[in-house]
Design a protein around this ligand. Structure first.
Ligand code: KIV
Length: 280
């Protein structure tokens, strides 16, 4: 049965780990739902994983809505979070509310996520939450702010940085977020934020103490090989398996081993076959 925010809160309070993976298409979502995943994130990592950009910056709202809708069709019984892409929420409260609403109305998402913990971002969280839309915050290594952070670097590695992250997490909670994702921080910082907040805290590269774990699916199945973050565990080597299958297919077509008459071909009556043979 589809989880609600109440289920996620209960799981967090009972220390039942919450499972979360990204998906960007119908088929992946279908398999994740079959596996019993608790939540799916349609991340703006879409840009790098599926669309071939170097960063998440070029991803548009239309990209996100199209892919979120496909994920919803693949996983009708799963709690889906849509990720707000760069400049879809930074400009004004009004445009942030309108764009968040598209995820809910057009794509059938259950919640949205947005990056950052500064005062302006918290204003957006407050505005979107006031419409009844569930908002996930996202702090730590936030890819949309990579330029400001000097690249994709772990965050919260000093007491000052950890205190700053905790202050952001409190601000996001006070602004009305229903949950928060912490990315790319030492496990002690993940633990600190999880123990101090009263909303569910999910982690990606934030250690084992958060209420749940998120991974980018294409990393954990060995599909995206441009780079692999330190915190990823590979549960499969699907990229290698695809490579093997595609290479074997090319070899067999070129050598005439595929397709085989009578195995990969349609049946036809002898009578009709004879008539067609006369057409040659
Ligand atoms: O876009 C995404 O998949 C994300 C994760 C990196 C947390 O936001």
């Amino acid at each position: 049965m589809k989880k609600s925010i109440l289920d996620l809160r209960r799981m967090a309070s009972e220390h039942e780990p919450i499972t979360w993976l990204t998906a960007y298409d119908y088929l992946t979502a279908k398999y994740e739902e079959r596996a019993g995943i608790d939540m799916i994130l349609v991340g703006d990592s879409l840009g790098m994983v599926e669309l071939g950009y170097d960063t998440t910056i070029p991803v548009t709202m239309d990209d996100m809505i199209r892919h979120s809708s496909a994920v919803r069709r693949g996983a009708p019984e799963t709690f889906i979070v849509g990720d707000m892409p760069y400049l879809s929420y930074q400009i004004s409260d009004e445009s942030a509310i309108a764009n968040a609403g598209r995820f809910i109305k057009e794509a059938g998402c259950d919640a949205i996520k947005l990056e950052g913990g500064g005062a302006e971002i918290c204003k957006r969280i407050k505005a979107i939450s006031s419409t009844g839309t569930l908002v996930f915050g996202h702090i730590g290594l936030t890819p949309q702010f990579a330029a400001e952070m000097g690249g994709y670097k772990a965050q919260g590695k000093s007491v000052e940085a950890a205190e700053k992250l905790l202050a952001e997490a409190y601000r996001i909670q006070e602004a009305g977020a229903c949950a928060i994702l912490v990315e790319g921080v030492p496990e002690i910082v993940g633990k600190l934020i999880t123990e101090k907040l009263s909303i569910p805290v999910l982690g990606i590269g934030a250690g084992p103490y958060t209420h749940g774990q998120l991974l980018i699916y294409a990393d954990m199945v060995g599909l995206y090989d441009n780079f692999t973050p330190k915190f990823v565990k590979k549960y499969a080597e699907i990229g290698q398996e695809l490579l093997r299958a595609f290479t074997e297919y090319c070899d067999e077509v070129r050598s005439g081993q595929f397709p085989i008459n009578g195995v990969h071909t349609y049946k036809i009556s002898d009578e009709e076959r004879e008539k067609i043979e006369k057409l040659f």
